[in-house]
Design a protein around this ligand. Structure first.
Ligand code: CP
Ligand code: NVA
Length: 301
């Protein structure tokens, strides 16, 4: 795999290979089996937005693989003062072995990759969050034993996480439903692609979307960069909460996933969150294992 820019670029087999490797690395990690496959390698991590999980899991992942990671705040790089992406990509390619970027515009990540001679990994843009959804798929498979034919339901803002869940879920052979209000819809390119694949329903009715779902997913109603419109978003999304009534529509053994950070009382009640905290924190942990798999796929093949 050359880069990880968006899940749309991966085949089903590539996704399954990453999940299998993630499972193996998790097993080795839990059993104190060292795996210094990236000794001497350096990952640069450019952050143009805040992060807890992505930053720490990539940094720890590189250390566990025998390499190192450099945290690069976009504010402190010349890119923050207008140095072109094309030049930054070509310069960093001379020092580093791999680059992870978290930023706003997907085009910036794509352009970085076009000018970079080393692998580029998308650590979240306004359009998608591929690393998160690989961890979500790993967690679902771990808890349910398979992905094929399970029903995944996403409720709330049609944001970066929603886009990647729709693409990743369908590529993994799941049935996917999404309930998002008008004006907070996932990207049209994604929903049109999903409709062409079949096994996809987009509605504004939460209960219809959640009916018999095996997995209920949600995310913050106000993503990074949307803070100025937060009152409007909170108003539009208030019918889309994951709560007891909604969970009654889902399968009785349904899992709940949330990429975190979670805002209790908004997209999810504190009660549902705590009842499913085991799954949600497994999901957070699996960021570490699955991203190590992505790093190995990008750097070793
Ligand atoms: N879920 C996720 O990407 O978390 P961070 O924003 O903390 O990295
Ligand atoms: N949709 C959220 C995800 C955070 C991990 C955001 O973009 O802020």
């Amino acid at each position: 795999m050359k880069h990880l820019l968006k899940l749309m670029d991966l085949t089903t087999d590539e996704i399954v290979d990453i999940l299998d490797l993630g499972d193996r690395l998790k097993y080795e990690n839990k059993n104190a089996i060292t795996h210094h496959h990236l000794e001497g390698k350096t990952l640069g991590m450019i952050f143009n937005k805040a992060s807890t999980r992505t930053r720490v899991s990539f940094e720890v992942g590189m250390a566990q693989l025998g390499g190192r990671a450099l945290f690069l705040s976009a504010n402190d790089l010349q890119i923050g003062r207008g140095e072109p992406v094309e030049d930054t990509a070509r310069v960093l390619s001379r020092y580093l072995d791999c680059i992870m970027i978290r930023t706003y515009d997907q085009q910036e990540v794509e352009q970085f990759a076009a000018y970079s001679s080393i692998p580029v990994i998308n650590g979240l843009t306004d359009s998608c969050h591929p690393c998160q959804v690989l961890a979500d798929l790993m967690t679902i498979r771990e808890h349910k034993g398979c992905l094929q034919k399970l029903k995944l339901c996403y409720l709330g803002s049609g944001n970066n996480v929603a886009n990647s869940l729709i693409v990743g879920g369908i590529k993994a052979g799941m049935k996917v439903s999404a309930a998002c209000p008008p004006y907070c819809q996932p990207d049209r390119e994604v929903t049109q692609w999903a409709e062409r694949q079949g096994n996809f329903v987009l509605t504004d009715n939460c209960y219809e979307a959640a009916q018999d779902a095996d997995v209920i997913c949600t995310d913050t109603w106000v993503s990074m960069g949307q803070e100025r419109n937060s009152d409007e978003l909170l108003e539009k999304l208030k019918q889309y909460q994951v709560n007891d009534k909604l969970m009654e529509a889902a399968d009785k053994n349904a899992m709940v996933l949330h990429c975190l950070p979670a805002y209790r009382g908004r997209e999810i009640t504190a009660k549902v969150f705590e009842e499913h905290a085991g799954e949600i924190f497994d999901e957070a942990e699996n960021r570490l294992h699955v991203q190590k798999a992505v790093l190995l796929k990008c750097l070793k093949s």
